[in-house]
Design a binder for this molecule. Sequence first.
Ligand code: IMP
Length: 216
Amino acid sequence: MLRYVTTNPGKVREAERYLPDGSVERLDFDYTEVQADELGPIAARGAREAYRRADAPVLVDDAGLFVEGLDGFPGPYSSYVEDTLGVERVHEIAADLDDRRAAFRCVLGFCDGEGFAASPDPVDRGERDAAAAAGPEADESDDEGASARDDPLPVKLFEGYVPGRIVAPRGDGGFGYDPIFEHDGETFAEMDTDRKNAVSHRGRALAKFAEWYADR
Ligand code: IMP
């Protein structure tokens, strides 16, 4: 059984649409969101932590809104910015920009404690890469380097992306930044769940994952 790691039950319902019946359940676990300027390392760290907690295959997702005219802000800080500034303030800030293009991105991190065969999707080897980057001396002499090398836990990453633009809030559905994100003439908050799933960053990442997971 695959554990989808989230405090948001809506995300598991989305995942169920892509995976065989009864193959996924929610693990209500708030993994540590490390500070990083990319989503991949955050999802990878979360997947390692959740795998150690669950001792079963886990899928972690990390998402964010990237506004082009703000150099990608709030990006990996989307959650913090939603809680502090709020979605309407993000729209107000973007309203002054010439370029209001934006994208939602989602990275899914899968970990089941095993390695992965080569494929186009990236594999994060986090600590192992860090130990390798520190060089052979650090690897042999430094305790942290040695323990990292012994505990690589690879995580496979699946990315989804949807382009759009920031608009004044419209619509009552969805969550988070949905009311201010317009794709193809509709905000995500104006779309029903099926329509949003069909185009969303998470839906696209889940579709890639489901195709790969069928052979795992
Ligand atoms: P998380 O990684 O799912 O916790 O999401 C990070 C931030 O992006 C939170 O503020 C979410 O509300 C927001 N977010 C993620 N996915 C979506 C989405 O599909 N629609 C709107 N906001 C989203």
